[in-house]
Design a binder for this molecule. Structure first.
Ligand SMILES: C[S@@+](CC[C@H](N)C(=O)[O-])C[C@H]1O[C@@H](n2cnc3c(N)ncnc32)[C@H](O)[C@@H]1O
Length: 267
């Protein structure tokens, strides 16, 4: 039997992966508005990301993020909140928000920005059934790391949902950046799921450790979600292969099986 994998936090004090992001966010918060992060992937890409992106205002939210916020219920747990653009927008609209982060310094920054309820505890330590929405944005499902990590992430998230609750999360169909056709498989000849990408972030010469980040297509998500007791209710497409996934507990969702079947048939 396979050992049970839990969705792991980046273990509190482990700055190895996301430490340079934490430093870039701190620099921006302290007035260095030109702070920039260097992001490399094993697809051969090397991009500069302005730290300001993580401080985007509601007006600057892309359509996918606006749509995501429309699907949020009263009690929201935001996983991987970063500098908190979505948590802050939701708080302004009267939602109750718990922001979950991996690093204490990002948690401190969230508090400084006005998101007062923040935790760096693993999802499995949070009270079951305490959220109407678990929100993961900016390719939020990427935090699963690998396809193998997807079911544990979803299982940890579904445990937090109150009856009728939803996981609201985004991803990108890897076919978009692999330049594949819609009907092409995302699994390479070696059997590896090609949406598993290695990322490395760098800020001012300080490089983080490379880490896996998952881009998952909607059909594959539907299959893994169903194993975690979830139904992919909707996969709303946006630009550049991105989509917004709305996942409901299967026991809440009468016609859930139909949706999952339809999506897998489409794939
Ligand atoms: C790409 S950023 C997205 C930030 C934010 N959601 C946004 O849209 O601006 C991903 C965030 O997830 C956090 N993170 C990484 N691993 C995590 C984990 N296992 N649990 C919670 N947060 C995590 C990182 O520290 C980082 O702030």
């Amino acid at each position: 039997m396979r050992p049970k994998i839990r969705f792991e936090m980046n273990s509190g004090t482990d700055r190895s992966r996301w430490g340079p992001l934490a430093d870039a966010l701190r620099a921006y918060q302290d007035g260095r508005t030109d702070a920039r992060l260097l992001v490399r992937t094993d697809l051969g890409t090397r991009e500069e990301w302005a730290a300001s992106v993580f401080f985007r205002t509601t007006d600057e939210f892309p359509p996918l993020e606006r749509e995501a916020l429309r699907h949020c219920g009263r009690r929201v747990i935001e996983v991987g909140a970063g500098a908190g653009p979505h948590s802050l927008a939701l708080l302004r609209e009267g939602h109750e928000v718990l922001a979950v982060e991996s690093l204490p310094e990002i948690a401190a920054l969230l508090v400084e920005r006005g998101v007062e309820t923040v935790t760096v505890r693993p999802l499995d330590d949070l009270p079951a059934g305490s959220a109407d929405t678990v929100l993961l944005l900016m390719n939020g499902l990427g935090l699963a790391g690998t396809l193998e990590g997807l079911q544990p992430l979803l299982e940890s998230a579904v445990r937090l949902l109150a009856p009728g609750g939803r996981i609201v999360a985004d991803s990108t169909d890897p076919r978009h950046f692999l330049e594949l056709d819609a009907e092409d498989p995302v699994v390479g000849q070696d059997g590896r799921y090609e949406g598993e990408v290695q990322f490395q972030v760098e800020f001012e010469g300080s490089k983080g450790a490379p880490f896996p980040f998952l881009y998952v297509d909607a059909e594959t998500l539907a299959k893994h979600a169903s194993r975690a007791g979830l139904t992919l209710e909707a996969a709303l497409p946006f630009e550049n292969g991105t989509y917004l996934a709305i996942l409901a507990r299967s026991d809440d969702h009468d016609s859930g099986h139909d949706t999952a079947t339809r999506l897998s048939e489409a794939g």
